[in-house]
Design a protein around this ligand. Structure first.
Ligand SMILES: [Zn+2]
Length: 293
């Protein structure tokens, strides 16, 4: 678990698991190990294992206590979900909620659940299984879903069963329970967060920008999956619905982080899972891991 501060806001990272199933050349079609030579001293073997060609991704959620509200950003894969053929996400049984409680936050304390997009590893803990039904895990929370994203999945049911099952068991039950609120680009949450569209990974993907006491942080979901994409901004993934648009959004995020001196908080970077983007000139970027200061 990471514990950090952004201005007056207190942040906790709640890890669900480390997923080592991603084959670099499958997940990132443009992947080129030679391009990573300058970074291999810290990339290998944790973030990228040259022996197996595997990328490691952390599955985690961020808790943010703004002083007024308690927010949970992106809710991982979840327990008891039918996720075949992705066997290692299927019928999971992790102590995610115990890890949440260990930070002093009970599920009942969450005021907002905020999803950057509606893929299975960002909505899973939205619901839990109770007497054979999927019910909201966070009973007092308002769940904020992107309207563009939600409408996309309604209009275009996925033939990928892992993705469609997540809509069915982790998104629709929230809407049916009356706990969902649809949000758009520019939406303000609690006077602390602003929704910033970053489409491409999915059609309605967005970031959440946090500003607190003059400090800035950017929760970027899957606009970046892995730190190699900071050094190779055009490396979109095979999970991106529009790889070119995803790359454009990724570049804009990195530029914004430099302009605002924002802490970058992606959904899948291994611990410390955050850092400051460095403008290396010529459209290139670097990364200072950790909170800094
Ligand atoms: Zn993801």
């Amino acid at each position: 678990m990471n514990h950090l501060r952004v201005g007056d806001a207190e942040l906790f990272r709640i890890e669900e698991m480390i997923d080592t199933s991603f084959v670099a050349t499958d997940f990132i079609p443009s992947f080129d190990e030679a391009a990573l030579a300058p970074h291999m001293d810290w990339l290998a073997p944790n973030h990228y294992n040259p022996a197996t060609g595997g990328l490691s991704l952390s599955m985690h959620a961020w808790v943010v206590r703004t002083g007024r509200h308690t927010v949970l950003i992106d809710t991982c894969v979840g327990n008891d979900k039918d996720r075949m053929p992705r066997a290692h996400w299927h019928q999971m049984d992790t102590p995610f909620l115990d890890r949440l409680r260990a930070t002093g936050v009970a599920p009942e304390d969450i005021d907002y659940v905020m999803c950057t997009h509606l893929h299975p590893d960002h909505v899973g803990w939205n619901t839990k299984l109770e007497d054979g039904r999927w019910v909201p895990t966070f009973p007092n929370a308002k769940y904020l879903f992107g309207e563009v994203e939600y409408e996309h999945w309604l209009a275009n049911p996925s033939d990928n069963s892992v993705r469609q099952n997540a809509i069915n068991d982790s998104v629709l039950p929230i809407v049916e329970a009356g706990r969902a609120e649809m949000i758009r680009d520019g939406h303000d949450v609690d006077g602390s967060f602003t929704v910033e569209a970053s489409p491409g990974h999915t059609p309605g993907h967005h970031d959440f920008r946090l500003v607190s006491d003059g400090k800035d942080a950017q929760f970027t979901g899957d606009a970046l999956h892995h730190p190699v994409q900071i050094y190779n901004v055009d490396w979109s993934t095979s999970a991106c619905s529009d790889p070119l648009l995803a790359a454009k959004s990724r570049r804009r995020i990195l530029e914004k982080c430099c302009e605002r001196n924002s802490l970058l908080l992606p959904a899948h970077f291994l611990t410390p899972s955050c850092g400051h983007v460095v403008d290396a000139g010529g459209g290139e970027f670097g990364f200072d891991w950790g909170q800094g200061e």
